[in-house]
Design a protein around this ligand. Sequence first.
Ligand code: PGA
Length: 230
Amino acid sequence: SVANLKGLKQGQLRLAVITTAKYFIPRLLGPFCQLYPGIEISLQVTNHEKILERMVNNMDDLYIMSQVPENLDVICEPFLDNPLVVFAPVNHPLAKERNIPIESLTNEPFIMREPGSGTRRAVQQLFDEHRVKVKVKLELGSNEAIKQAIAGGLGISVLSRHTLMPDSSEFSILDVEHFPIKRTWYMVYPSGKQLSIVAHTYYEYLLEAAKKFVEESGFSAVSKGEDIND
Ligand code: PGA
């Protein structure tokens, strides 16, 4: 029976995911473990650069990241959009404005992720493109810490829309030109690697779960035809 087949799926699943996925992925692990009680999971949550290091050292079965490495031979599967948006405290003076020019951000104290963060890299790239120089007041190595700093009135920042979900009432998302920055989450693994049955099972499960999430939430599915390396 199907139940017996599921019982046969046993073993370890080692996942490593970028920090923006730290809400989405753990939430889905509950139902996955109920479905496959024989599977044991270890989950590492870290930034883009550290994920790359782990991949080079073959430390995990599957990786989730927003920027596919260009110099490594990998298999990658996009599964959900990861838009980056401008976070401000809920009562920020710009919260009610529309089409805020990107240059306005130079007047605001800015909170930036640490070097090695993919979010930081994407934000810096957009600012460089438009020759915008923000005043970085604070550098923090965690999305969660940045949210606390914003709520505490230290400044504004650019974070993944996915980090907002549990506590949206404390923040507003500013309507700034050229935002959201479009990014996508990918499942990635080295192309020379044969996925274990357990990893393959998770791979299929996550694709299905992401599809459901798109149907049930305001999130758009992955936009087709985008250059995955940009
Ligand atoms: P990071 O992850 O900022 O923690 O590196 C975000 C991403 O690359 O999407």
